[in-house]
Design a protein around this ligand. Structure first.
Ligand code: VGL
Ligand code: ZN
Length: 206
């Protein structure tokens, strides 16, 4: 049976949060149905988990605004509002998410000098979160990915998991995206498909 990966279903990505994803709260009941479905061996989650003053925060770069792209220590970096600061309410899981079945949480974005969209590696692929090794140690071959945001952390997690040799399924209705440039979400889904990610709806999972 596959493992379900819940990506960044955190308050700051919900409507009213610091980096709100439109309709982001809609993934919670869908994720809950998947969690309770009995179709998954194991439930794992990621959390965006930035220190205050993270390099991806526009507030750290005088004169820059969220949405602008800068060079951050050699990598292109979209600047974001301050979000998911460690141990703040914004970094907590969404209210109502069935968190008890989550066996392990992998936190990312903890290094102030580099962002980490993927749940497996930072954006420079320098440091691992331990998720890939964890899955291999458990003998997991297939992961199903859902959460926030489709065009950032969900996409980078799915692509890294493919690159690491896992079978990857995107549960597309259990994701919402940012669409900083209109079409980003659709392009992200195309990119995942092209990399061999299976794209299904939560209904098709049953
Ligand atoms: C995310 C932007 C910045 C995400 C995290 O979870 O998709 N997006 N940090
Ligand atoms: Zn972030």
């Amino acid at each position: 049976m596959p493992t379900l990966l819940l990506i960044d279903i955190q308050n700051d990505f919900l409507p009213g949060g610091a980096l709100p994803v439109a309709d982001g709260d809609a993934v919670v009941p869908i994720a809950n149905r998947l969690i309770a479905s009995g179709k998954f061996d194991e439930i794992l989650a990621t959390q965006d988990w930035h220190p205050a003053g993270h390099g991806s925060f526009a507030s750290e770069h005088p004169g820059k605004r969220p949405g602008e792209v800068i060079d951050l220590h050699g990598l292109p970096q979209v600047l974001w509002p301050d979000h998911c600061v460690q141990n703040t309410g914004g970094a907590c899981f969404a209210p109502g998410l069935l968190t008890r079945p989550i066996r392990r949480i992998f936190q990312k974005g903890t290094d102030p000098a580099i962002d980490s969209y993927s749940g497996l590696f930072d954006n420079g692929r320098r440091k691992s979160t331990g998720l890939a090794d964890y899955l291999r140690a458990r003998g997991t071959r297939e992961v199903c990915v859902c959460g926030l945001a489709t065009d950032y952390c969900v996409k980078f997690t799915a692509l890294d998991a493919r690159r690491e040799g896992f079978d990857v399924t995107l549960i597309v209705d259990a994701c919402r995206g940012i669409d900083l440039s209109p079409g980003d979400i659709d392009r992200a889904i195309d990119e995942m498909r092209a990399a061999g990610v299976r794209v299904v709806t939560s209904e098709q999972m049953s």
